[in-house]
Design a protein around this ligand. Structure first.
Ligand SMILES: [Mg+2]
Length: 319
């Protein structure tokens, strides 16, 4: 996924707001006020509110403070503790102005307070401001996960994604494949054509890899200078090697001239593929090291080629 697709994915078309209040009449008032501009969800108590936050991931929660069992402060503290709900903006709704309560609310991570009885214009304006801020910070967070030059994911995004794919494949007992790719003789390319041409080459190679690896759960990331890495969940060694070969072939067909390359007149890639059926107790490093070793061998055996290996674990060897 490139950053422009990603941005259009995060920019909310219509904000999602969760209304939380133990009094139905209060929910009704807010619902009527906001339903034309936002997608509205509702919860009647704290536990329901937390469940809804996990399920629908709203942009904003309008949270009543006074509720039985789990009050608004408890709910807010809970949301801010959990990485999956931490970024949801919380506005407290309170019965009357109370400085101590406001201090506590802001300390817990709330972004604003609204007092009952609510003033429709002020309430709407405050919500709109908070949603604008929220979408801007979502955007910044997403930009921080993409490589500025090539537009593909960066190493940080790779490091966030690999454990997720690992866990998922481990649960389903499915193979997980990674492909490590390196541009052959890239230093010589830069020496010959200069760094601006080098950057253009990196962009075209990244684009080509991204075009080839395009299933929804696959990831292409820039791993280092002229190294790229792909995560292919639910893919065995045969499938991963096939994709890697497609990438390597498609780079040659771009015909980016490289006169000082020792393998071709064009820019080429070498690829190392590694596959594992992951288990929780095995470190992800094992897979990266295996791909790195295959890449090294691919270089040693003449470059512009793909080599791959299955990582065997205790679990995959019958005893
Ligand atoms: Mg209440």
């Amino acid at each position: 996924m490139f950053i422009d697709e990603y941005i259009s994915g995060v920019a909310p078309v219509r904000g999602k707001i969760l209304l939380v209040d133990d009094q139905v009449v209060n929910i009704k008032i807010l619902h009527q006020l906001l339903q034309n501009d936002y997608d509205i969800y509702m919860a009647r108590d704290g536990h329901q509110a937390i469940d809804m936050c996990k399920k629908v991931n709203p942009d904003l929660v309008l949270l009543d403070i006074e509720m039985p069992i789990l009050n608004g402060f408890d709910v807010c503290a809970h949301l801010k503790k959990d990485a999956t709900t931490r970024d949801i903006a919380v506005i407290f709704i309170s019965g009357h102005f109370d400085e101590d309560k406001e201090v506590k609310g802001f300390t817990l991570g709330a972004v604003d307070f609204i007092h009952k009885p609510i003033n429709p214009i002020i309430t709407k304006a405050r919500i709109k401001n908070q949603l604008t801020l929220k979408s801007q910070s979502d955007l910044l967070r997403s930009i921080a996960l993409f490589d500025g030059l090539t537009g593909v994911a960066n190493r940080r995004k790779f490091e966030q994604t690999l454990p997720v794919s690992w866990l998922q494949c481990s649960r389903e007992q499915q193979p997980l494949t990674i492909i490590l790719l390196d541009i052959d003789f890239f230093k010589l390319f830069n020496d010959t054509y200069g760094h601006t041409e080098g950057d253009t080459c990196l962009k075209r190679v990244a684009q080509q890899i991204q075009d080839t690896v395009n299933r929804p759960y696959d990831l292409v990331a820039r791993f280092g200078g002229e190294e790229f890495i792909c995560i292919l969940p639910n893919t065995d060694l045969l499938g991963g090697t096939y994709v890697a070969q497609q990438i390597v072939d498609s780079i040659v067909s771009l015909k980016i001239t490289h006169e000082t390359s020792k393998v071709s007149q064009y820019v080429t890639l070498s690829a190392g593929v590694a596959t594992i059926v992951p288990a929780r107790h095995i470190s992800e490093k094992v897979l990266i090291e295996a791909a790195d070793k295959q890449l090294y061998l691919a270089k040693e055996r003449g470059r512009n080629r793909v080599l791959g290996a299955q990582v065997l674990t205790e679990d995959s060897v019958p005893s």
